[in-house]
Ligand binder design. Structure first.
Ligand SMILES: CC(C)(COP(=O)(O)OP(=O)(O)OC[C@H]1O[C@@H](n2cnc3c(N)ncnc32)[C@H](O)[C@@H]1OP(=O)(O)O)[C@@H](O)C(=O)NCCC(=O)NCCS
Length: 165
């Protein structure tokens, strides 16, 4: 596992297209990811330049098999907090990659000294992810009904947070 580079753009796009078909817990429908390679490069580059942002990739050979992206707030009052997304390729689920990605995020936040609060939003039905976040110390902060619509049905999101003392 390592920080992402701009040269990961192609592999990351391929990874994201695959994971959208593998998981029913993500925000995008399969096929909806329509960024070009240049746009993906631009996105990676913009986060690399932000000292309160992070993109981690888990790699197997040339292939991205997991990722975590975190972005902190822009203004001084919210610079210390931010939201992340995390996913792992289906064939690697329950092998500890998600746990390592989260540990690395928390470690980076502590060491950087800027980030004091991590948060995320997760489908209330995503038991595996919620169990993992709770294991890392995240607490449920809110329930947001009707936030996600899949196949004509509405689903609730939970917001969860971890305060770094
Ligand atoms: C959520 C996700 C990132 C976890 O990554 P992972 O590499 O599988 O996670 P780990 O292997 O480190 O840990 C998984 C933990 O969940 C537990 N788990 C798995 N299925 C579970 C379930 N149905 N209920 C409760 N716990 C469950 C495992 O037992 C394991 O805990 P343990 O280490 O105490 O045994 C991965 O499953 C994923 O990408 N899912 C699809 C996308 C997604 O849901 N992303 C999160 C959106 S908020």
């Amino acid at each position: 596992m390592r920080d992402a580079h701009v040269r990961d753009a192609v592999a990351l796009l391929e990874y994201n297209r695959n994971i959208d078909s593998e998981s029913r817990f993500l925000s995008r429908e399969p096929g909806e990811m329509d960024l070009t390679v240049d746009e993906e490069r631009g996105w990676i580059d913009s986060l690399l330049k932000q000292e309160n942002a992070l993109i981690l990739v888990a790699v197997h050979g040339d292939r991205v098999v997991g990722m975590l992206d975190f972005v902190g707030g822009t203004w001084s009052r919210i610079r210390h907090s931010g939201e992340f997304g995390i996913s792992v390729a289906q064939e690697y689920w329950n092998a500890g990659i998600g746990s390592v990605l989260l540990d690395s995020l928390i470690d980076w936040a502590y060491k950087g000294g800027i980030i004091r609060k991590l948060r995320l939003r997760v489908l209330a039905s995503n038991q595996a992810a919620i169990a993992l976040y709770k294991k890392k110390g995240f607490e449920v902060e809110g329930l947001h009904p009707h936030e996600v619509r899949i196949g004509g049905e509405n689903f609730s999101l939970l917001s969860m947070g971890l305060v770094l003392e």
